[in-house]
Design a protein around this ligand. Sequence first.
Ligand SMILES: C[S@@+](CC[C@H](N)C(=O)[O-])C[C@H]1O[C@@H](n2cnc3c(N)ncnc32)[C@H](O)[C@@H]1O
Length: 276
Amino acid sequence: MTSTADAGQTGFTLDRFAQHPFYLEVNKRLVALTQLAKGQRVVDLGAGTGAVTKLIAQAVANDGAEVIAVEPSETAIEVAQRNLEEFRGAVVRFIEGGAEMLTQLVKKPVDAVFFCNAIHLVPEKDHVLHEIQQTLREDGTFSFNTSFYMGAEPPEAEQFYRKWMIKSLRVLKKEYGLSPDKTRAEARHRLTEDEYVALLLSNGFKVRDKEVVKVQMPLSGFEAISQYSLWIEGVLPGVPLEAGAHALTEGARLAFEELGITESPRNWLLVVASRA
Ligand SMILES: C[S@@+](CC[C@H](N)C(=O)[O-])C[C@H]1O[C@@H](n2cnc3c(N)ncnc32)[C@H](O)[C@@H]1O
């Protein structure tokens, strides 16, 4: 388990962000678009702390229903297990591992695979899509959403994002004497909508539904994402998590204050594909 794959480093999980109503809404919308049936077997890849796992389990709850949550971070799995311990109606299993080895982890074909808010983290997307394709039954569906693609930041929000970063960097320098280590920035190339579609087509899928949902994020949403390890490492590479979290939280607050805004928009791309 590498630290970059670890969503669950103590105190720096996605859990706080995942409680926000707008986050629940984009994930609920993806589950609704997928049109799951009761009693199905579903994989939730990159399940994190289980926010989407629960929505899927509610949608399939019935005899025979099973949700297999696959997640590389042991700590995130522990939080997810706690978040789902009261849930009844479907069997929920947790498997520690990455999307790259899905066919080794889940051997019996499943009805649907979800990969929520995580596909952008995977460098080997062709390989992972092949693994997903092999894990699905004929006509099975693959659903994903992401807010890290080219187009996630709407033009009207560019000023906010620029200010947020400038102010965070200033706080980091002034209060900690630190700057991000640009040489450690992972080359996380953001794909466009069209590139995601092309990737699906070339890996044996056809696109059934595709939507862009514009979400209005309040300051508390930006403060919560500022406490998440993968976000901090992505925007402030090489900076200790505590310093990064403080700088980003303060930066967001100052940017909101200076612009006199109460929310800022962000786009989520939602895609449901099926085996061609
Ligand atoms: C932003 S969280 C999303 C969690 C959950 N799916 C949700 O939507 O709330 C991204 C998750 O992807 C996981 N992840 C990172 N690399 C992965 C990989 N190669 N395969 C599967 N999951 C991965 C991280 O550990 C993290 O839990």
